[in-house]
Design a binder for this molecule. Structure first.
Ligand code: F6R
Length: 240
């Protein structure tokens, strides 16, 4: 695991955006795995700037890690909306090649299988971006999720519902379930970048790097991946 410690959120975003752009330049038809939440917002802002200065996203394929169950695509807290607002509508990505699980599917199990199949059909993920939950989750794979898991329906942990309630009017509005790529799906990516910013992530980052590899801390599985880079700011790295 390569660890890059930077000063703050802005330098984390700059470092990761640079790595993503290098990947796109190296392989214009890359398959990218994308995350949502607060952590990648600065990266997406910078990718929009790179695009304004000529970077070409037209050959990319993207797969998002997860989506809430039960939120319509145009719900302002859905990850469909988030991606549209923060990246897709602002770069020349082909909408037919941006994939996000459908949290409104009638048959959620079939949707999970379909999504996993689409990733395989695309040839797998070249570069996966990850944030991390305060409880060590990656995607919405909460503590206890098996390392063999593929795209699945998850019950969100109480701590995740609490953490994410900041985006909703009240905690009752936070969906209780999501569809998430599984741990195995994530581990099959050729390269992974895990980002973290802020002191609230320090314990999870410590456990990811120095703790035992255990399903109790899903991100600890990354110790077993051959090409992971952690880009963390000083606050998130404070216990390393
Ligand atoms: C988002 C995702 C989650 C977040 C994590 C951190 O697609 O899969 O694992 O990366 O919950 O969220 P933030 O960045 O909001 O602290």
């Amino acid at each position: 695991m390569k660890i890059v410690v930077v000063a703050n959120f802005d330098s984390m975003s700059a470092e990761v955006a640079k790595m993503v752009c290098a990947q796109i330049q190296r392989k214009p038809n890359s398959v990218l795995g994308l995350a949502t939440g607060s952590t990648p917002l600065g990266v997406y802002e910078l990718l929009v700037e790179y695009h304004a200065r000529g970077a070409d996203f037209s050959k990319l394929t993207t797969f998002n890690l997860d989506e809430y169950v039960g939120l319509a695509r145009d719900h302002p807290q859905s990850y469909h909306w988030y991606m549209q607002e923060n990246l897709f509508s602002k770069v020349n990505i082909d909408p037919r090649r941006t994939f996000i699980p459908n949290g409104l599917a009638e048959d959620l199990e079939a949707e999970c299988q379909r999504y996993e199949g689409l990733i395989k059909q695309a040839g797998g993920i070249d570069l996966q971006l990850l944030g991390i939950g305060t409880n060590g989750h990656i995607g919405f794979n909460e503590p206890g999720t098996g390392f063999g898991s593929i795209t699945h329906v998850v019950d969100l942990a109480e701590s995740t519902i609490r953490d994410n309630s900041r985006f909703f009017e009240s905690i009752e509005e936070v969906p209780k379930q999501a569809i998430s790529m599984g741990i195995k799906t994530i581990m099959q990516a050729k390269e992974i970048i895990l980002m973290a910013s802020g002191g609230s992530k320090a314990d999870a980052i410590y456990a990811t790097v120095h703790g035992p590899v255990t399903t109790a801390v899903p991100a600890s599985v990354l110790q077993l991946h051959p090409a992971v880079t952690l880009v963390v700011d000083q606050a998130a790295a404070s216990r390393l």
